[in-house]
Design a protein around this ligand. Sequence first.
Ligand code: FAD
Ligand code: NAI
Length: 500
Amino acid sequence: KKGGFGRFRTRFARGVLFVVVAGAGTFIYFTQKDLYPGTQLDQDPKKKTVVVLGNGWGATSFLKQLDNEEYNVVVISPRNYFLFSPLLPSVTVGTLEARSIIQPTRFITRHKKRKVAVYEAEATDVDPINKTVTIEDNSELTATSSKVTIPYDYLVYAVGAENQTFGIKGVKEYACFLKELKDADRIRRKLLDCIETAAFAGQTEEEIERLMHMVVVGGGPTGVEYAGELHDFLIDDLRKWYPEIADKLRITLIEALPNVLPAFSKQLIQYTESTFKENKIDVLTRTMVKDVREKSVVVQDANKEIKEIPYGLLVWATGNTSREITRNLMAKLPEHQTQRRGLVVDGHMRLAGAPEIFALGDCTATSYAPTAQAASQQGTYLARTFAKMAQAEKLKEQLAEMREKAPGDDVERTVKRLNKALDLPPFHYSHQGSLAYIGSEKAIADLPFFNGNFASGGVATYLFWRSAYVSTLYSARNRTLVILDWMKVKIFGRYVEIPL
Ligand code: FAD
Ligand code: NAI
């Protein structure tokens, strides 16, 4: 016979079992439900066409929130997935697998009420007068590059930005950027190639030192996070599998300004710089890269001296500049588009000079930093705006009918509702804080706290960083894969082989 404690233990075990089974059941139900979307309404020629350029943070947030019953939506982007960029630096060293941080765009559009057309293509031209977009399919399978022109009633322009090089010679030729998945893959291959080549028989000491010198240009969050990830790879994996040369690996971060991370608070800048010092990451501040050669970078240091620094891998992270298609669009509206930084929009994100175009995210010149946070809030705002516009459209039709039949109280009420629908508040950005990973399981966070700022750095912040990003990942699939990747790295380490 079981005593009181024994009975409690059995009940407790049953309770735990129930919670686990119920949790697993719910998880499986929702993930499977998501995998089998239902039927959708067909596109309706009577409805307005909304063309969305891009499927990054701004466009995806817009698509996710948009009620598309009243619109025919067409999405155009050269890639067919949404990329969760904040975790991209982790892909460069194999902490995370590429698939874990992407979400197919068709998964998103198949869950909308009305069918959405998705084209994997690059928009090459926007004609704001005739309201058309020219798109080009660059697939190798297309015999001749196929161009198509698509008309729009509204255009949601969210093509992001491209990498800034300041016209410095050799950057595009020799450096690796860190913006897209293919960049992370290129960095990873080049990094491991440098290490294998350095380990090859008969290399001179000088060549080993060059090959094992990884240089990062730009001390913004991209450069800092990459340097941190690279440091982790050295400590956790390189020393195990390449003990003969691992200690030759050097990381140098070059920054033109007096300190790294200019957008973070002073104490976090100091914390990052001292963590980097402990981790033997050389930070060269007040140092400007002037020229990039195949095996070295030419810099001007704080004393205005010119130096040549040999490198094996060069990662270039000096911020954003407008894409060619954006520059061309600006050139078509010279009176209104007067900022070099990006597209000028009003408070409702309508493009100055072309009110049927709504622009958001990194391609615009606003007062917000070019971040995922701002772009996704703008996407959500725009989806609400489109809902109001659809409502207003319907009310106008109702009103016309009512006025014909019998003017009266109903008309007054409808006019009031219409005015309310037309009264769109301007976009308001709400800053949720800035986070960055700096390596050795430490992160930094500047968080808004009442009317001030709460700055924190260290291991606890790293746990916060992880949970914040896991919860913002697009889907349950992404969250599961990222958590599994982290567990895999803890158990088996990062992989150092490159499958063909
Ligand atoms: P993007 O997300 O860049 O999307 C642009 C889209 O346009 C893409 O789908 C692209 O394929 C498509 N496109 C490009 N050219 C064309 C064309 N010609 N025709 C059609 N489509 C086109 N921000 C944060 O807030 N927090 C972070 O932690 C953070 N970490 C980052 C880490 C890295 C490594 C990087 C590079 C950026 C990070 N950012 C972060 C910044 C953030 O990624 C950007 O601000 C955000 O992606 C901007 O969103 P967007 O929609 O404007 O552009
Ligand atoms: P950035 O613009 O933030 O930083 C680029 C840095 O490169 C600057 O500090 C600049 O002084 C330096 N630089 C420019 N030219 C140079 C030269 N020739 N030599 C040496 N240094 C030079 O760019 P980054 O890091 O690519 O970020 C782009 C945007 O994405 C930012 O708005 C950033 O906030 C956001 N982002 C946010 C992240 C986060 O919140 N964790 C992570 C990554 C990006």
